[in-house]
Design a protein around this ligand. Sequence first.
Ligand SMILES: [Mg+2]
Length: 383
Amino acid sequence: MVGFFLSWPAEKITFRPKLWLYMELICHRISIPLKTPFVTSFGAQDYRTAMIFEMKHNGITAFSEAVTDKEPFYSYEDNTTAFHIIEAYLAEQIKDAPTPEKFIDRVKFVKGHLMAKAALEMLLWDYHAKEEGIPLYRYIGPTNGKAQVGISIGMAGPDEMKKQTSNAVEMGYKRIKVKIKKGREDEIVKNVRSAIGDFPLSVDANTDFSLEDTEALKVLDKYNLVYMEQPLDHDDVMDHAELARRINTPICLDESIISRDRARKAISSRACTVINIKPGRVSGFTESLAIAKLAREHGIHTWVGGMLETGVGRAFNVALASSSFIDYPGDTSPNEKYFEKDIVKNPFKMENGFITPNEGPGIGVEIDRERLEKVTIDRVRLL
Ligand SMILES: [Mg+2]
């Protein structure tokens, strides 16, 4: 039943065939306002337009979130392409609720589209952890039981950035990351350093520079940054390796690391000493865990990034960020940093710079149906 538009809430569908045969997959397309616009080198964003997936099978309800957005600014995927790939090729591959590993193997015939694949792969992790009756953060292996939390701060005027970064230090965040762009890098870091002293600070350039900008990037060496994230092209490794030879600031790769194979190449060419793992970018948890283990074997630091996810996607990130294989603070801020009101009833709270993953089975989120309804643009039944 592909592309069947529903005009009534999913929970009002009462027809239930034999439980073990029943499979329902719903995509809730939502638009939820951000508290303040988030400004990166790509532009300003004031809404998160997301796709929340809900699967009902075998008496279990699982959730996930695609990390794509309206526009293909972070990567080539956007909500429209991801929805198309899921509807046309991927949805039917989860009919029997395979293990996440099996699903990833099955969908190899679709090239790329890792964010679309991640949305369903992570749905299966939630499903299988719930089937076992254990929290996802335990289901995925050795855990620290909590996640160190850093904060990602978008670009703003000098006073506003001073205010936001000083507040972040006071709130107990373990690391601050500020967005930079070409031509503003020195001014931004200088201003922030003057506000927070030698507090752990990193910068994220979101691909805004090229090797020709080496001199400008070298200027940042004096600020003793924990790392500089993805200064060069989104799918580059070799130029980052060259840049790493030219500057002292450690390089962290984000956009470039799309798989364990790409991580292997980045590590062996010494393009980075830090990797930002975003499960939604690398086709899900199977690949995320493989990258984290590979990095650990090679003494490379890892942390878990975010894509302005709602409480659903955030719960996956917090579970992963609590893994023993992750050693740096991630961008897993409490929900209230981004949204006035989230679509979950149990948002994360930060205590002393840590967030504790949910203890309920799977991702452990309690969906706020009323809020979800309010921010829903439309709802499509895919299975
Ligand atoms: Mg980044």
